[in-house]
Design a protein around this ligand. Structure first.
Ligand SMILES: C[S@@+](CC[C@H](N)C(=O)[O-])C[C@H]1O[C@@H](n2cnc3c(N)ncnc32)[C@H](O)[C@@H]1O
Length: 279
């Protein structure tokens, strides 16, 4: 005989167990898990995994991002609410461009989501901005697989490899908007992150090296060769690192500014090709 499930599908019991495990939004989470579980036994197992500290999104198999359900699997970075601000900034820059392209029958603006993880940013841009050619890349094969399941049905392309290396060469000097939420946590700060991130997200999705800027530095140094005339590079950073991210952009010959949303605790550095300096 299989063992009896530890709970019936009682919502109160689910909330109680999640709350006892320290889940701040126990009621909301219990509702989501109950909606996803096919049986009381499955719900019991899901609550067990959540109480053991697994990210809710890995258990559900999706994350809510920009109003979309983005597929997320174990071992892939869970897209954060603050990154919706990166999407909004890219959308603002692309709005006019993409519409113009449609009107004038010009080639679709090329948009690249570097370090794409699940592909949340690229998928949201495809949903919000019509008429773009979207490419995404990541070094982690698990992320690439996940990103393909989100981005390809929406018409984008996903490549596996180190930063720009796997992108089609024809995109050189042609990218209108380059977005990157690359790892930017300083190595020494990883130990202070919540266990959900520290224990359940891959180290390579978090670790930005000694000052947190190792990957940003490489993205920004290479960006001018890939950006189109009038193109932009947008990089999520933190309030504390923003000045240095901006400094890296200026060193690369880009003009640079910051956009911030205090409510989301979101900071995005935006670099633009100074006309006459595009490769
Ligand atoms: C902070 S996560 C962000 C994922 C996604 N952009 C998001 O916002 O949900 C950073 C991602 O960068 C990827 N990554 C780290 N180093 C990389 C490299 N050298 N080249 C490409 N991707 C890299 C990781 O695999 C991870 O998926």
């Amino acid at each position: 005989m299989p063992p009896e499930p530890r709970i019936s599908a009682s919502p109160e019991e689910a909330v109680r167990r999640l709350r006892a495990a320290g889940c701040v939004f126990a009621e909301e989470e219990a509702g989501l898990l109950a909606g996803a579980a096919g049986s009381a036994t499955e719900l019991d197992a899901m609550i067990e995994r959540r109480a053991a500290g697994l990210p809710l999104e890995h258990i559900l198999g999706w994350a809510d991002f920009c109003g979309l359900r983005i597929g997320v699997v174990t071992g892939v970075f869970v897209p954060r609410r603050r990154t919706e601000f990166l999407v909004r900034q890219a959308e603002l820059l692309l709005g006019g461009t993409a519409r113009d392209a449609g009107r004038r029958d010009a080639p679709a603006p090329a948009v690249v989501d570097l370090c794409c993880g699940s592909g949340a940013v690229g998928t949201a841009l495809l949903a919000r901005v019509g008429g773009i050619e979207l490419h995404a890349s990541d070094l982690d094969p698990a992320a690439v697989l996940c990103a393909r399941s989100n981005i390809e049905p929406a018409g984008g392309h996903v490549h596996e490899g180190d930063l720009f290396e796997p992108l089609p060469a024809r995109l050189r000097s042609r990218i209108t908007v380059l977005v990157a939420n690359a790892p930017y946590v300083p190595t020494a700060a990883i130990g202070t992150m919540p266990p959900e991130a520290r224990l359940h997200e891959p180290r390579m999705s978090l670790d930005g090296g000694a000052d947190g800027l190792d990957i940003q530095r490489r993205v920004i140094a290479a960006a001018p060769a890939w950006l189109a005339r009038g193109g932009h590079v947008l990089i999520e950073t933190s309030r504390g690192q923003a000045r240095r991210t901006i400094g890296l952009m200026r060193e690369a010959g880009l003009s640079a500014r910051l956009a911030q949303d205090p409510e989301l605790d979101a900071t995005v550095a935006i670099g633009a090709v100074v006309i006459g300096t595009a490769a």
